[in-house]
Write a new protein. Structure first.
Length: 314
């Protein structure tokens, strides 16, 4: 152990994950030092709780998950080189993403495992998750009906399920295999509360209009050809005054990203154009960079918005 010996000793789950990662990828030490250098104790403690869930989900294969995280970062770097040369994402249609990524089980398996580790190791991922817990969930009222789009590894759902204010929880995905993976993840996390996991396309009309009090769509819109339709569906699914947590990275090339926003203002304007009001916002630059530098250099920035369906609509 080097820097993390002193920094992570009070946070044994985080220390365990980082130790395993640096065993696999010792060259990532400087990055990890930048990642954890300035985190306040409260955030570190919540990250330690999240790390405990990552350990549960990875089971005896944590080292393998860390290896897949290293592989994923290398895949992202290839996309970054293309983005810097061409000023656009390599792919632009869902069919291209399906052929290159989603229809390759081994590739997708490694990708999903790598993303799980990134929830702790990438500053924007970790802070976006924390913003959901500390600013979004805490703003919901009792008797809340909650919806998640693309639940994936189940971590956002897990914390929503712990909230006693939640009366009904539902999640949509277009893939039965993804739904099965989410069920498996929730089981591994020891969740026994009722949740409806439904095969439903967010690009089509909602089966329960004006039913939900809160919803989340995190790192999904950039994978869609028509993210405007997805937000319009969610506005219809929410009750007037209902709240939506949105997480979208701009200037963020990845093997399956197809829709590009290049500025914060462009993305915020896009959300407003779909009929939402902005309640709160946070903009998170890539690890090791200030927001000002990330804007100037067009580096990846995670745009976190808490939006509302207006109570009175025009």
């Amino acid at each position: 152990m080097s820097f993390e010996q002193a920094r992570l000793d009070p946070y044994p789950n985080l220390k365990h994950v980082v130790s395993n990662l640096l065993e696999v990828w010792p060259q990532h030490s400087d990055y990890c030092e930048a990642r954890f250098r300035d985190d306040p104790p409260g955030f570190m403690q919540r990250s330690n709780e999240l790390a405990g869930l990552v350990i549960k989900l990875s089971g005896a294969d944590l080292a393998s998950y860390c290896g897949d995280y290293k592989w994923m970062c290398e895949e992202f770097l290839k996309e970054e080189f293309f983005f810097r040369r061409e000023g656009r994402y390599r792919l632009s249609t869902f069919k291209e993403a399906f052929d290159d990524v989603y229809n390759k089980p081994e590739y997708m398996g490694r990708y999903v495992r790598g993303i799980l580790i990134s929830q702790l190791i990438w500053t924007p991922h970790a802070r976006a998750f924390d913003f959901f817990r500390t600013h979004f969930l805490t703003g919901n009222a009792a008797g809340n009906n909650h919806l998640e789009i693309g639940p994936g590894h189940g971590l956002f759902l897990y914390f929503a399920l712990q909230d006693p204010k939640m009366a009904h929880l539902e999640a949509w995905d277009v893939s039965q295999s993804s739904i099965a993976a989410t069920k498996h993840a929730l089981s591994a996390l020891g969740v026994n509360r009722q949740i409806d996991l439904i095969e439903q396309d967010v690009l089509t009309s909602p089966p329960k209009p004006a039913f939900f009090d809160s919803a989340i769509i995190s790192e999904v819109l950039e994978h869609l050809e028509r993210p405007d339709l997805a937000l319009q569906t969610l506005r219809q699914a929410l009750r007037p005054g209902g709240r939506l947590f949105i997480n979208v990275p701009i200037n963020s090339p990845a093997p399956d990203h197809i829709y590009l926003w290049t500025t914060i203002e462009e993305f915020v304007g896009f959300v407003k154009a779909q009929g939402f009001e902005i309640e709160n916002q946070q903009f998170l630059p890539v690890t090791g960079h200030s927001l000002e530098r990330a804007i100037k250099k067009k580096l990846s920035i995670s745009c976190i918005l808490i939006a509302r369906r207006p109570i009175v609509e025009a």
